[in-house]
Design a protein around this ligand. Structure first.
Ligand SMILES: NC(=O)c1ccc[n+]([C@@H]2O[C@H](COP(=O)([O-])OP(=O)(O)OC[C@H]3O[C@@H](n4cnc5c(N)ncnc54)[C@H](O)[C@@H]3O)[C@@H](O)[C@H]2O)c1
Length: 446
């Protein structure tokens, strides 16, 4: 694939640009990485505030600036990145030759394709570009297996998506917590509707990504994303199963030692999975299969994941606890994403049991927390006096600034449950009779 395609040359010479549909974590990071490589992008988002901020040159998404690890300077930002919420503007932009689809494809823990369908319909309305070449559509959003083929029957066919575009599915794998796992550094898989599109898509993705793998077709790349996350989902749930089956054993220690074997990953028991990808992956694998009953292990993982928070919640309440402080709404440390966060299920369980819950997550405003969970929240932690238990869900950097010793004076704390391995051992500020437990240690659920 040494000779360069027209698409590649047009993008590299800045005569043409890419369009980004949905400028969140995925879409905006695509824009930044392409800008870093001197490629122009034009983003479309329904969020007016986000569009304004992007055009002002601000990185508006929590944690993204750190993760990117580079600064798009003002000059570059002005030249290479622009966003709009005016659909006509992007549809009529004749410099665009490639569309990255980065909108959410899930809602309330289920696949949700309305935005996806709407965006493809909009793209299909484009008249020709300045260069009279066939444009590309690269789907970065996560799709359930067989989604594209199912949509093709009634929808994509109607809008001639396959006839008029080079169509590829190239799901993202980024790990926004870790600067070493980005669009640049992680291997990337894509699959095209037609093999004839492979070279064009490969070269466009390779502008940013070092190692790009070509799948036989879009069906394979669609499935790869769900399967890789389903493996993780099953393994995380296996850690919890082991902990339930061997309650008297310190499964945290066992699993950390298991992880020293050359071909093993380490997963710890805890509150289960969260975020867009992992909890949904097993459901996607089940939902996309013609034979879901064959997927017994996957089925069990879904079941356990949906009830583990109740099991843990019940064990916490055994200690006659009525007032609980939870640290962390995000499903992952240092990331402002609450989608399918285990905290949500846990809080809802405690609310049902009429337990008073207060939430502290410095990444979210009180207004946001109220909207998401309708519970009390703190802007600053000044005392533990009114709580019987603290549950540490994640370890945001800000938690290390808390002066636990000072604010725990005269506290009535009976329990700290640590899901994040925040403290190495039982902290010395805890009252003598209070219990400190890490998820997964021996008898942590008793
Ligand atoms: N965030 C991750 O860690 C991650 C990783 C891999 C894959 N994904 C997948 O990528 C997709 C996007 O995720 P994200 O994290 O960027 O989400 P996000 O919520 O950060 O961003 C989505 C953006 O799309 C915009 N949007 C919503 N509807 C739109 C519409 N109809 N038209 C235009 N814009 C619209 C929203 O305003 C928002 O700015 C999802 O399918 C997700 O599963 C996410």
């Amino acid at each position: 694939m040494t000779s360069k395609t027209q698409h590649f040359k047009l993008l590299k010479s800045n005569k043409a640009k890419i369009a980004i549909w949905g400028c969140g974590y995925i879409g905006y990071s695509t824009m930044c990485f392409y800008a870093k490589n001197n490629i122009k992008s034009f983003g479309y988002d329904i969020d007016i505030q986000k569009v304004k901020e992007i055009n002002k040159g601000k990185i508006n998404i929590y944690g993204l600036k750190n993760w990117l690890g580079f600064n798009i300077n003002k000059k570059k930002q002005k030249k290479f990145i622009k966003a709009t919420n005016n659909i006509k503007e992007i549809i009529n932009d004749k410099d665009v030759i490639c569309h990255f689809v980065c909108i959410p494809t899930e809602k309330n823990g289920k696949p949700y394709l309305n935005y996806f369908r709407e965006i493809l319909k909009l793209i299909s309305k484009r008249k020709s570009n300045n260069f009279k070449i066939k444009e590309c559509i690269i789907v970065e959003s996560t799709l359930m297996p067989n989604t594209v083929d199912k949509l093709f029957k009634d929808y994509l066919k109607k809008y001639k998506i396959f006839d008029n575009f080079h169509f590829a599915v190239a799901p993202r794998r980024d790990w926004f917590e870790d600067q070493t796992k980005t669009l640049e550094t992680l291997d990337r898989v894509f699959g095209c509707k037609d093999k004839s599109s492979n070279k064009i898509i490969f070269q466009i993705l390779s502008i940013v990504t070092k190692k790009v793998h070509i799948a036989t077709n879009h069906r394979v790349s669609e499935l790869v994303k769900s399967v890789e996350n389903c493996y993780r989902h099953v393994e995380i749930n296996l850690a919890n199963e082991l902990s339930l089956a061997y309650p008297e054993k310190d499964m945290r220690e066992v699993l950390s030692l298991v992880g020293t074997k050359w071909n093993m990953n380490t997963y710890y028991p805890g509150f289960g999975t969260g975020g867009y990808c992992i909890p949904l992956s097993s459901k996607y694998i089940l939902g996309g299969s013609k034979y879901p009953k064959k997927l017994k292990i996957v089925n069990e993982a879904v079941k356990l994941d949906s009830k583990i928070n109740k099991i843990i919640g019940r064990s916490v309440l055994k200690n006659n606890i009525k007032k609980i402080l939870i640290l962390g709404l995000s499903y992952k440390s240092n990331l402002k994403v609450h989608i399918l966060s285990p905290t949500i299920d846990l809080v809802n369980y405690f609310k049902k049991k009429s337990i008073s819950v207060t939430l502290y997550d410095p990444l979210f405003s009180s207004f946001e927390i109220k909207k998401i969970l309708n519970v009390k929240s703190l802007n600053k932690l000044t005392s533990f006096q009114s709580y019987h238990a603290i549950i540490i869900m994640v370890k945001h950097n800000q938690f290390y600034d808390i002066n636990f010793k000072k604010i725990s004076r005269k506290s009535n704390l009976k329990l700290i449950l640590d899901n994040a391995n925040f403290f190495k051992n039982k902290p010395n500020f805890l009252p003598k009779n209070a219990i400190y437990k890490k998820t997964g240690q021996s008898n942590w659920l008793s």
